[in-house]
Design a protein around this ligand. Structure first.
Ligand code: GS8
Length: 221
């Protein structure tokens, strides 16, 4: 029986993009199912009844939720190419630690910059926090090409999906990550040389559209 792989997702989601990059790395074919997050589909509600969020990967009818858990699942199911997590248990734990750090620290500060567009002080706090976290991650990279060493893997996938926003922050004059974290930006460029990344990350005009609609929404409140 042919495998069925369906991804419930939202085009510009940093979390959904992780799953799409992992599937591309593994060369897995799948059906992409864009979700309307303002009116959640019965399929999404039934597949992720706890959090009601995308992404959800439905593999042979069984749903898997939470982007990092999905990426690990993909790595465990499709083992024939592009290992994403290291084999060594200590290195695996380390990779999970940093991916978790990205969720706990990078995501809140990165999204805080946009949520606080018209709140000067709160936005400044988010910018400061994001820069501190990015610098710390840049320090972790050391002189390695990728977070796990010579090959693209789990931590790279966890972080690279935020990189489109660095461009947006520069465009809107919020932050200049390139200037502050040159080694991290060199890592972004290295990741972009991979087709799985460059073909998956959305065009930055899509992100600009999102910022513009957020600005309009905030202004009308
Ligand atoms: C976060 C997913 C998430 O926030 C993960 O998969 O890693 N920890 C989860 N998904 C958002 C869209 S991306 O911003 C979502 O589905 N939001 C809908 C809602 O909150 O109602």
């Amino acid at each position: 029986m042919a495998e069925s792989v369906v991804l419930l997702d939202f085009l510009i989601s940093c979390f959904g993009l992780r799953v799409r990059i992992a599937l591309a790395e593994k060369g897995v074919e799948y059906e992409y199912n864009e979700q309307d997050l303002s009116s959640k589909s019965p399929l999404l509600l039934q597949s992720n009844p706890i959090h009601k969020k995308i992404p959800v990967l439905i593999h042979n009818g069984r749903p898997i939720c939470e982007s990092l858990i999905i990426v690990e699942y993909i790595d465990e199911v499709w083992t024939d190419r592009s290992p994403l997590l290291p084999k060594d248990p200590y290195q695996r734990a380390n990779a999970r630690f940093w991916a978790d750090y990205i969720d706990k620290k990078i995501y809140p500060s990165a999204s805080g910059i946009l949520k606080n567009i018209n709140k000067g002080e709160a936005q400044e706090a988010s910018k400061k926090e994001l820069m501190e976290c990015l610098k710390l991650l840049e320090g972790q990279l050391k002189e390695k090409p990728f977070f796990g060493g010579d090959t693209f893997g789990f931590v790279d996938i966890a972080l690279i999906t935020f990189s489109g926003w660095f461009h947006i922050y520069k465009t809107y004059g919020y932050l200049n990550v390139e200037e502050e974290c040159p080694k991290l930006m060199a890592w972004v460029k290295r990741c972009m040389e991979k087709e799985s990344v460059s073909k998956t990350l959305p065009d930055t005009t899509k992100l600009c559209d999102h910022v513009e609609s957020m600005k309009k929404k905030l202004e009308s409140q």
